[in-house]
Ligand binder design. Structure first.
Ligand code: GLY
Length: 372
């Protein structure tokens, strides 16, 4: 697609999000809770939800593109609300990167704000503290999850949290954080990436010995299947690890996952919830498409191979033509996300779909504020 087209899409997004930001001042949305209206997940029961950094990230991307006050004020509001999470041991889990890179660290990147740097470093220290040297993995969740013991669980999504550790190492000139990140990345490469380039979601280790025990289907269809958002986290996460470390193995892994992902893009360019779901199953996950687009565009830059950019443009064109809602009266941007294959609800707007769609369009129009 011509760059003019991407610029037109960026302009439509800005015009829409100006109205959406005004309507959602003071909130931290996750999904639509009534038709075309985002809800607010900043109440004490939900403040630690893993997605609560993405609205702030959207606001910083839009502020960086426009300089408009409503975006900056909303971003700072989210950052301050997330202090409640930093002060809650059980509220903090491996998703520290998703919560604090698009909020506190973004603010620090914009204007060097000291309080934001402090928040980012506290979050990085907490994330580093989740590393289990037995097995060399970062523990994903706390205590028990749905009645299961998760002390030895690592999940592929964590590849996207590692940039918080790379950031802390660079800032402090202290390689300990990076050391943990690369050890986790090595474990992820060995245990999560299958020979064909598809990716497992959850891997369980014995937390005392580090012995590999088994893998779980997680948010995908089941063990052995290819949950598409997990494939996207791995693709983008390994590309980012290479960007931060220069390690050839990270680039090779990102390529392997990307090549498999590209092979499985359906003819209509829309991404299913799981690549192995039945052909007749209509569920889509626009979020996986948006995240993969960001990973592919990063890989295109790293490798200078046009086929990665071509694949990203194909995914983004499908989202633009079939899935995006640019009506300023509607809060949602992408319309068909799915949190997990076995959930009751499918095909609904989810905030990280909107975040990564904006990030991808910003990459194509040179507006991006680099957050990872
Ligand atoms: N990190 C959880 C998810 O992708 O749903």
């Amino acid at each position: 697609m011509m760059s003019k087209k991407w610029n037109e899409i960026a302009e439509k997004i800005i015009a829409k999000e100006r109205a959406v930001a005004e309507r959602n001042r003071g909130g931290i949305p996750y999904t639509t809770e009534q038709p075309h209206r985002l809800g607010d997940w900043s109440d004490p029961d939900r403040i630690s939800w893993w997605t609560n950094g993405f609205w702030g990230g959207m606001m910083w991307q839009l502020f960086s593109a426009t300089g408009e006050a409503v975006f900056r004020e909303s971003a700072v509001d989210v950052e301050e609300k997330l202090d409640a999470v930093l002060m809650d041991y059980n509220g903090m889990d491996h998703d520290a990167g998703f919560r604090f890179l698009p909020t506190a660290v973004a603010h620090w990147r914009i204007d060097g704000n000291e309080a934001s740097k402090n928040r980012g470093l506290l979050a990085a220290a907490n994330l580093a503290g989740r590393f289990n040297p037995n097995g060399s993995f970062i523990r994903a969740w706390n205590d028990f999850n749905d009645g299961r013991d998760t002390r030895g669980w690592a999940i592929i999504d964590c590849m996207m949290n590692l940039p918080l550790l790379y950031w802390a190492s660079d800032l402090l000139k202290d390689d300990r954080f990076k050391g943990i990140a690369v050890r986790h990345a090595d474990t992820a490469r060995e245990r999560f990436i299958r020979a064909d380039g598809s990716v497992r979601h959850i891997v369980g280790f014995d937390p005392a010995t580090g012995e590999y025990l088994r893998d779980y289907g997680g948010q995908g269809m089941g063990e052995g299947s290819s949950w598409t958002r997990g494939q996207s986290w791995a693709l983008y996460g390994f590309a980012l690890s290479h960007l931060h470390t220069g390690r050839a193995a990270d680039l090779e892994t990102a390529r392997k996952v990307a090549d498999r992902f590209i092979e499985r893009i359906p003819d209509d360019g829309l991404i299913p919830v799981d690549f192995d779901q039945e052909k007749e199953c209509p569920w889509r996950d626009d979020t996986a498409a948006a995240i993969a687009s960001c990973g592919l565009l990063t890989l295109a830059k790293l490798t200078e191979e046009a086929r990665y950019r071509d694949a990203a443009e194909r995914l983004l064109a499908a989202l633009d033509e079939k899935e995006a809602d640019y009506d300023p009266e509607h809060d949602e941007l992408l319309t068909r996300g799915t949190a997990a294959y076995h959930d009751k609800n499918h095909d609904f707007p989810i905030i990280y779909g909107d975040y990564y769609y904006i990030e991808a369009i910003w990459k194509l129009t040179e507006k991006e504020l680099f957050l990872w």
